[in-house]
Design a protein. Structure first.
Length: 355
């Protein structure tokens, strides 16, 4: 019976038509996919390839839909990656290699690690989305980025029909960026990710001031990975709305990086502007501060608003179209550009074409 079930899971998956994607994106935008297919095993990608599914066009790959905005009905097929599975192996030096399927929920994986006493990703708690999306975006929070713990991933090439292992040195990780968002965009699909974590002697990252301030207020002087995990969860919940309560995609914009010359001009005009020095000649400016200063924090237009507790988040109060949300974001960008001469870039992937 187990062999039959395994074979069934690897057969060519059913291709469905006219599928409602409203419950498959955290912004809650109602839209429909002309073609939809769900992948539960990597071999199903090869079966689709052999059937010619990828010949005409690359699909829109969907995890939990936590980092995208549909502004029109997708013209391309939608492929949902639901490959599950976790495998944890401890090496002789105490390093833990954790391999997880692309369809695993990211936060649940972080929680699983903390419960097992495995450290390295506790700062990345409560980031929405799946494991497969994590390296594409090079997710990061509270002083840690995925690249800091990344070992390798397996991806399927839509042009060759072959699987390939990618190690960190070829992934071109940058700030919310990777080779999978650029050169290999729409050419490969991530199937699994392997992380290099710690079983003992954890090296905690407490560089983020908001995190250290929280731990100090709780009188936690020697924090554990569990303390860090709980702190991050509580901080994020105090700032960010739960997508199950109100539609949102988390941080909508990236924090911009400006030259030292631009920063000095901003500092002269706005002495209290927050910043983080990046290298010798660049500064990162919190996008939330820029948006708030431009007057958008808590501002509502129709069914769309900028979240009252965190200006980086755009929320759908119910019934908003993707284009309404998109126009709200464009107006924020325009205001910030006019006030600060900074062009905010979306962290969310925009799918479709505005009318």
């Amino acid at each position: 019976m187990a062999d039959a079930q395994t074979k069934s899971a690897r057969d060519k998956p059913a291709i469905r038509t006219d599928v409602n994607l409203g419950s498959m994106n955290t912004l809650g935008v109602e839209t429909r996919a002309g073609q939809f297919v769900e992948i539960h095993h990597p071999d199903q990608l090869r079966a689709l390839f052999e059937a010619g599914f990828f010949k005409r066009q690359s699909p829109i790959v969907l995890g939990e839909g936590s980092n995208l905005l549909f502004i029109s009905e997708p013209e391309r097929p939608v492929l949902k990656m639901s490959v599950r599975g976790r495998e944890m192996k401890t090496e002789k030096d105490g390093t833990v290699l954790l391999k997880a399927g692309a369809g695993e929920n990211w936060h649940q994986l972080v929680k699983h690690c903390v419960e097992k006493g495995v450290g390295g990703i506790e700062n990345l708690a409560l980031i929405p989305g799946t494991v497969g999306a994590a390296p594409i975006q090079n997710i990061g929070a509270y002083g840690v980025e995925l690249k800091d713990v990344f070992d390798s991933l397996t991806a399927f090439n839509l042009k060759t029909g072959k699987f390939r292992t990618f190690t960190a040195d070829v992934c071109e990780f940058g700030y919310r960026d990777s080779i999978f968002k650029n050169e290999l965009r729409e050419r490969v699909i991530v199937c699994d990710v392997t992380l290099r974590l710690t079983k003992d002697s954890h090296s905690l990252n407490l560089s983020y001031s908001g995190l250290t301030d929280y731990l100090e207020t709780k009188d936690i002087l020697a924090p554990s990975i569990n303390d860090v995990f709980n702190a991050v969860v509580e901080i994020r919940r105090s700032k960010l709305p739960d997508p199950s309560d109100i539609g949102n995609a988390g941080s909508f914009f990236k924090n911009p990086i400006v030259s030292i010359d631009h920063y000095q001009k901003l500092k002269a005009a706005y002495p209290k502007i927050p910043s983080y020095k990046i290298g010798n000649d660049e500064y990162k400016i919190p996008a939330a501060w820029l948006i708030e200063q431009a007057g958008w924090k808590g501002k509502r237009v129709g069914n769309v608003s900028t979240y009252k507790n965190q200006a980086l988040v755009i929320v759908n109060h119910g019934g908003a179209t993707g284009e309404e949300i998109y126009n709200h974001a464009l107006n924020i960008q325009k205001s910030v550009l006019e006030k600060f001469d900074i062009d905010l870039l979306p962290e969310v992937n925009i799918v479709g074409t505005a009318s």
